[in-house]
Ligand binder design. Structure first.
Ligand SMILES: Cc1ncc(COP(=O)(O)O)c(C=O)c1O
Ligand SMILES: N[C@@H](CCCC[NH3+])C(=O)O
Length: 448
C-alpha cells in the first residue's frame, strides 16, 4: 500500500499524523484524505475532456454519503446519484444542485418519488413498470416534464463477488432486455407527455478488475439505443454505463487505474460511432468505490489479546463489524499497519478482530503486524467506500466520527454517536394495567 510518513516515520493522512488524529478525535475513527478524492474525480473528468466527449462523473453516493461529502462532490463539479429519500435529503441539506442528481432504486416509494419531483432532481433512473405507474400518478396533473433514463439488466455478469453483481439477467435491478420489457418501457415513456427519455442506464457490478464487461455493456447499450432510434425515431442523449471500477485492498489485488475503464468505454463508443446515424450521446459514469475507497482510513486502538499455543493470536481493536461489515458480508480483505511504525517489519501474523459479540467479527483474518501492545493505533487502509455508509449500531455500539483532512488540516464532519443517540428513538413501554392471562396451549395444558 502507498502511504505517506512524516520525519518521525509515522503514517500521515492529508499531512497529519494518524496517531495525532486518533488522540484528537479518539478511535474508532474514519479519516478521509480529501485531496485524494479530488484527484480521482479530476482524473475521471480529464479522460472525457481529452477525448472531447460530453460526460457526467456522477459520484455513487451510496459508497459514502454525508453532507460534507456532497459538498466536496459539488465543489469538484461532479454529479451524484442517490438511491433513497435519505441520500437525497442529505444532498439537499448540502445544497447540492438538484439538476445534477440522478435518483436510482429498484423500489422507489411514492413518497420518495414525490420528494424527488419536489426537489427537482435532474434525472430519475426508472427501474420497473410499477415505478412508471407511480410517476404517471404523480405527474398526471402537472405541466412539467421529468428527465428519465431507463435502467436495463444487460445480461452481462461481472467477475466479482456474487453480491456485487448487478447486470445479470437474473437480477432484481432494471428492465429485462431479452424479453422486450425494456423496449416496452421505452415505447411507453416516449408516448408520455410528462416524461422525457434521455437514454439508457446499466450497472454491471462492483469491484470489477477487467475492462471487458464495460466494453460489452457499452456495445450492448448502443445496440439497444440504435434499435430504439430505428423503431421509435428516438434520439438518445445519454448513455450511462454505471460504476464498479475496482480498487486494491491488498497486495494481491492488481486493478487498472480507474481512468483506464473510462478509456476502454470511450474507445468502444468511438469504434461503434460509424454504425450510428445519430450524434454520439453523452457518457455518464457512476463511480463510488474508486472515488472514496482509497481515500478512506479506519483508525482503531488495540485493546485485548488472546494467545493460544500453536494458534494464530487474536488482537482485538475497539471497532469491528459495526463500522466495517465488508469482511463479514463479502469476505473482503484489507491491509493494516501500526500508525507510528507503518514500515516496521511484521513480527507475527494475527487475527485482527473487533469487539462485537460474533465470531465472524474479524477485520483481517491474517494480518502481518509488528508486535502490538494495548494502546497502539492500527490503521486499516482503503475503507472509504461502504464502511461508514454500511455501519450499524450492533451491540449498541455508537458509530464512529468522521474526519476530513486536507492540506495538513483536520476537520470533524460527522460527530461520534453517543450513548444518548442510541436511545433517542426508544420509547418506554407502558404495559396495559390488566394483564391478560397467557393463553394455554395444548402442550402446556398436557404438562399440568
Ligand atoms: C447503479 C449503481 N451505480 C453505481 C454504483 C457504484 O459502484 P462502485 O462503488 O463499485 O463504483 C453502484 C453500486 O454497486 C450501483 O448500484
Ligand atoms: N456494498 C458493496 C458495493 C455496492 C453494491 C451495490 N450495488 C461493497 O461493499 O462491495
Amino acid at each position: 500500500m502507498d502511504f505517506a510518513t512524516n520525519h518521525e516515520g509515522q503514517l500521515t493522512i492529508g499531512g497529519v499524523a494518524a496517531s495525532q488524529l486518533a488522540r484528537t478525535f479518539q478511535t474508532p475513527l474514519y479519516v478521509y484524505d480529501i485531496g485524494a478524492i479530488r484527484q480521482q474525480i479530476r482524473a475521471f473528468k480529464r479522460v472525457f475532456e481529452e477525448a472531447d466527449v460530453s460526460y457526467a462523473v456522477s459520484y455513487a453516493s451510496k459508497a459514502f454519503a454525508t453532507i460534507a461529502m456532497y459538498e466536496v462532490a459539488k465543489s469538484e463539479g461532479a454529479h451524484v446519484d442517490v438511491v433513497s429519500g435519505g441520500e437525497l435529503y442529505t444532498a439537499q441539506a448540502a445544497d447540492f444542485p438538484m439538476a445534477a442528481v440522478s435518483f436510482h432504486g429498484n423500489n422507489k416509494s411514492k413518497a420518495e418519488l414525490t420528494q424527488a419531483l419536489d426537489a427537482g432532481v435532474g434525472t430519475i433512473i426508472v427501474d420497473n413498470f410499477h415505478e412508471l405507474d407511480l410517476l404517471d400518478d404523480l405527474l398526471g396533473d402537472t405541466v412539467g416534464q421529468q428527465d428519465v433514463l431507463i435502467r436495463v439488466a444487460p445480461g452481462i455478469s461481472a467477475h466479482t463477488h456474487a453480491y456485487d453483481q448487478t447486470g445479470q439477467t437474473d437480477s432484481k435491478f432494471g428492465f429485462d432486455l431479452a424479453s422486450g420489457q425494456a423496449d416496452e418501457a421505452a415505447k411507453r415513456i416516449l408516448a408520455d407527455d410528462h416524461l422525457n427519455l434521455l437514454g439508457i442506464h446499466a450497472h454491471i457490478g462492483s469491484q470489477i478488475f477487467e475492462v471487458a464487461g464495460f466494453e460489452a455493456v457499452t456495445q450492448k447499450l448502443l445496440h439497444v439505443l440504435n434499435n430504439w432510434h430505428q423503431q421509435f425515431g428516438f434520439i438518445p442523449k445519454v448513455l450511462n454505463v454505471g460504476g464498479g471500477f475496482g480498487i486494491a485492498y491488498t497486495k494481491q489485488d492488481d486493478p487498472l487505474p480507474p481512468e483506464a475503464f473510462v478509456k476502454a468505454i470511450l474507445a468502444t463508443l468511438k469504434s461503434q460511432s460509424q454504425t450510428l446515424n445519430w450524434p454520439l450521446p453523452a457518457i455518464w459514469i457512476e463511480p463510488g468505490r474508486s472515488i472514496v475507497g482509497p481515500a478512506g482510513y479506519s483508525l482503531y486502538t488495540v485493546g485485548s489479546r488472546k494467545d493460544v499455543p500453536g494458534l494464530r493470536p487474536y488482537v482485538a481493536v475497539d471497532g469491528g463489524m459495526g463500522d466495517n461489515i465488508r469482511p463479514a458480508l463479502y469476505q473482503a480483505t484489507y491491509t493494516a499497519v501500526l500508525a507510528d511504525q507503518p514500515n516496521a517489519a511484521p513480527a507475527e501474523h494475527v487475527h485482527l478482530v473487533g469487539k462485537y459479540c460474533e465470531s465472524g467479527d474479524i477485520l483481517i483474518d491474517d494480518a502481518p503486524l509488528p508486535t502490538t501492545t494495548s494502546g497502539d493505533v492500527v490503521v486499516v487502509f482503503d475503507t472509504g467506500a461502504y464502511g461508514y455508509s454500511m455501519a450499524s449500531n450492533y451491540n449498541r455500539n455508537p458509530r464512529p466520527a468522521v474526519v476530513f483532512v486536507e492540506n495538513g488540516q483536520a476537520q470533524l464532519v460527522v460527530t461520534r454517536e453517543t450513548d444518548a443517540d442510541l436511545i433517542k428513538n426508544d420509547l418506554h413501554y407502558a404495559a396495559p394495567t390488566e394483564q391478560p392471562a397467557p393463553a394455554q396451549t395444548d402442550a402446556t395444558a398436557a404438562t399440568k
